[in-house]
Design a protein around this ligand. Structure first.
Ligand code: SAM
Length: 272
């Protein structure tokens, strides 16, 4: 993950604050605001080990609880701050206690809900959190396992959003973040460390607006590599029949269904 020490950073949806604490200790940002979806009480009840005290006693930083990135009403304490970089590590919508929720949401699949969460995250980063005169970067770290691999992150999140550009992806090396434990969304478990990928977006598309070192660290869209499937990243295909065989697989057909569900929700939703 490419980070410069003088950046002002906002973290979203940190489970037990161990990511933000590690970021603070090892990357020395100029300013750090760490946010948690849960209330402080819920976090303390959920996780036996957390980094609340460690962060709350550090200078130039702030910890906010009950911060829902989709809901501006929960951001009151952000005090008009703006940032160079916003980071959301291993995002995942929480499990729904109320089975009626799906009906009120029009029976939208969890896959679509996760895509919509991240789409809103990108929109809110660009419209509210990033300093227009700053570095203007939004990162999402994900991994190549289900459900993450079923969101077509590179292509679907900023679909139709002309002011948010996908820049590319880079390796996420957890060893650079000592003490960080990737948390399960709802339980006091930490997820076993798998290879992470950090995806980057920005309202700035021109390469002269970004650090050369960042651009060098980024790989371009995998679907742009010739001979690969645009939605599953499978490939490279050696022939047309190889590609046709892939398109008949269960995996490809399921991904097609997810793409269609998401496209139809975007089509029928209010412009956001
Ligand atoms: C798999 S956990 C990862 C937690 C943490 N980022 C980590 O890397 O350990 C997914 C996180 O996304 C957060 N999340 C889900 N929906 C959110 C929302 N609307 N706003 C902010 N955070 C959210 C959850 O609270 C949860 O902490």
């Amino acid at each position: 993950m490419f980070i410069k020490p003088n950046w002002r950073i906002l973290t979203i949806g940190d489970g037990d604050l161990s990511f933000s604490a590690s970021l603070w200790n090892h990357f020395k940002p100029a300013q750090l605001t760490s946010t948690v979806f849960d209330s402080q009480q819920t976090l303390e009840d959920k996780y036996q080990h957390h980094a609340i005290k460690q962060l709350q006693t550090a200078p130039n930083q702030q910890v906010l609880f009950g911060f829902d990135v989709t809901d501006p009403k929960t951001w009151a304490k952000l005090r008009n701050q703006s940032f160079d970089l916003v980071i959301f590590q291993f995002p995942l919508v929480p499990a729904f206690e109320d089975p009626e929720y799906f009906h009120t949401m029009g029976d939208i699949s969890i896959n679509t809900l996760n895509r919509l969460l991240l789409r809103k995250y990108l929109i809110h980063c660009v419209e509210y959190f990033l300093d227009p005169d700053g570095k203007q970067l939004c990162y999402i770290t994900s991994k190549d396992v289900k459900p993450y691999s079923e969101w077509n992150i590179e292509n679907s999140l900023n679909q139709g959003l002309e002011h948010i550009h996908y820049l590319g992806s880079m390796n996420f090396d957890i060893n650079k973040f000592p003490g960080y434990k990737v948390r399960n969304v709802d339980r006091d478990k930490h997820v076993k460390d798998t290879q992470g990928i950090t995806y980057a977006w920005s309202p700035k598309i021109d390469s002269k607006d970004h650090d050369n070192a960042l651009l060098e660290a980024l790989e371009t869209k995998s679907h742009q590599r010739k001979g690969y499937c645009e939605i599953c990243k499978a490939g490279p295909f050696v022939s047309t029949s190889d590609k046709t065989l892939h398109e008949q697989t269960k995996k490809h057909r399921l991904m097609q269904q997810y793409e269609q569900q998401y496209a139809s929700v975007l089509l029928n939703s209010q412009p956001i």
